[in-house]
Design a protein around this ligand. Structure first.
Ligand code: ACO
Length: 430
């Protein structure tokens, strides 16, 4: 839709608002001059109805459960691509040909090592540290070695920083895990693929040969692709927000990681498995009780992995993962009683009017945790895996913001509801 205009009537006066067209999907109302023209600002808590940017990276149709990256369906990308291929698509706008892909893989491979001095940084955390805290701290710490690459307006420096982040994140994640179990850090092996190398650093030991399981690597490849980008979600919006102050890419991405960690966002994958586990082990807890607690407005309990701000239909990533969960669990020969509980919980919830009327469906986190678990990852690493997957999306959005010349610092207004002006009271009279 193009060229439409809208009129807003405030106190008998019409104000014309121009529209911001889209290729497909939501069209924007440009309210940029609203405050200066009318004295009003818009009020939209949680930005549920606000487009903060134009973007040509990812399209989501929440009503139909559709997700495209750069015009390609997520289903096609998950079935046919490697994770680095999708990362290339997100970052540079097109799928690479074979030469470009080989060159990109080689470039990433060059940067997988961490500076040796960073090892001491890992040593300083307690064994019990949550790996998401280590991941975001290490991302900031890595930036201290690359201060010459901070300038967001220097495309070569940005490209180099982007490559470094994507290359080093599996090393950081694996070392955070090794730290937590008291095993020696395993160095990257550049003869392996991106995903294989990560699995090697996670699970190998220096004392024995431990070849990477190809089935596990293929499954993890798909999972990372399914997490690669998702429009202006909480963590991506955070990355853009922080980047809008012209903070460097490392600092912006570290902030996005912290946003992702929350249980209502990427932290939900850990919460889902803990919820299913509680149903499994607690004799007083059943699927039916969980659903009933989730519906009780006086109980903060929610069905983790259910509901989504954008999807009012089955999340297409969850659809792929539901099928995949059966395949993966079958292939790696691991029966998981939690999968049966998950299937039962989904069935009960999707037949319940509370969930049906609110259009609450399983989201990507509902089945991903079960697959991560089947692949041998500990629960506390799940959100870290999400972060490795989402990294290209964060970076692509940050780059797009700077490339498109979105030079405005992000700075929302507020509706002040505090005290009106009052006289200062000296401390002795309070
Ligand atoms: N369990 C029970 N009720 C729910 C759930 C849930 N998981 N999700 C939403 N609702 C209810 C709300 O209570 C609300 O009910 P009401 O209209 O009677 O007040 C209604 O559905 C709408 O929910 P909101 O919280 O307004 O929806 P919003 O779009 O703001 O939140 C969110 C989306 C945060 C994902 C929410 O559905 C939720 O908390 N889900 C559980 C956590 C989760 O799975 N997060 C991962 C999301 S995907 C991702 O980030 C990768």
């Amino acid at each position: 839709m193009t060229d439409a205009t809208a009129k807003l009537r405030i106190a008998d006066k019409d104000h014309e608002l121009s529209t911001v067209p889209s290729t497909i999907g939501d069209v924007g109302l440009d309210i940029g001059a609203l405050r200066s023209d009318t004295g009003f600002v818009t009020f939209d808590p949680g930005y549920a109805n606000t487009a903060s940017t134009e973007s040509n990276i990812t399209y989501i149709d929440g009503g139909n459960g559709t997700l495209w990256h750069r015009g390609y369906k997520i289903e096609d990308l998950a079935e046919n691509c490697g994770f680095l291929e999708v990362a290339y698509l997100l970052l540079f706008g097109e799928l690479p040909d074979q030469d470009a892909l080989d060159a990109w893989r080689a470039k990433v491979r060059q940067h997988t090592l961490l500076n040796e001095e960073l090892k001491r940084f890992f040593d300083a955390f307690p064994r019990s540290a949550h790996p998401m805290a280590i991941l975001s701290s290490a991302t900031n710490a890595i930036s201290t070695f690359y201060e010459a690459y901070y300038n967001p307006k220097d495309p070569d420096a940005v490209r180099e920083s982007a490559t470094r982040l994507i290359a080093k994140m599996p090393t950081v994640a694996a070392w955070a895990y090794k730290k937590s179990i008291g095993q020696p850090y395993i160095y990257p092996r550049n003869d392996l693929s991106y995903v294989e190398n990560f699995l090697h650093m996670m699970f190998a030991l220096p004392v024995e040969d431990s070849p990477v399981d190809k089935v596990v690597a293929q499954a993890l490849n798909v999972l990372l692709i399914l997490h690669a980008d998702h429009g202006q979600n909480c963590s991506t919006a955070t990355v853009r927000f922080v980047g809008s102050s012209q903070a460097n890419l490392f600092a912006s991405v570290a902030a996005g990681m912290n946003a992702l960690w929350g249980p209502l966002h990427g932290g939900a994958n850990q919460e889902v498995v803990e919820m299913l586990h509680a149903i499994h082990v607690d004799p007083d807890m059943t699927v039916e009780k969980a659903v009933s607690r989730a519906k009780d407005k006086n109980d903060p309990y929610r069905l983790m992995g259910f509901g989504h701000r954008i999807y009012r239909n089955y999340d297409p990533r969850a659809k792929i993962l539901k099928r995949f969960a059966d395949d993966v669990l079958g292939t790696v020969s691991r029966d998981d009683p939690l999968l049966e509980i998950a299937n039962h919980l989904e069935k009960v919830a999707l037949e319940d009017d509370y969930f049906v009327s609110r259009k609450l469906y399983p989201n990507v986190d509902f089945y991903s945790g079960l697959i991560f678990r089947a692949l041998g990852f500990p629960t506390r690493m799940f959100t870290v895996l999400f972060a490795i997957g989402r990294l290209p999306g964060w970076i692509a959005n940050w780059m797009e913001m700077h490339e498109h010349g979105d030079n405005k610092i992000a700075r929302p207004r507020q509706i002040y509801t505090g005290e009106a002006l009052r006289d200062f009271v000296p401390i002795a009279e309070r």
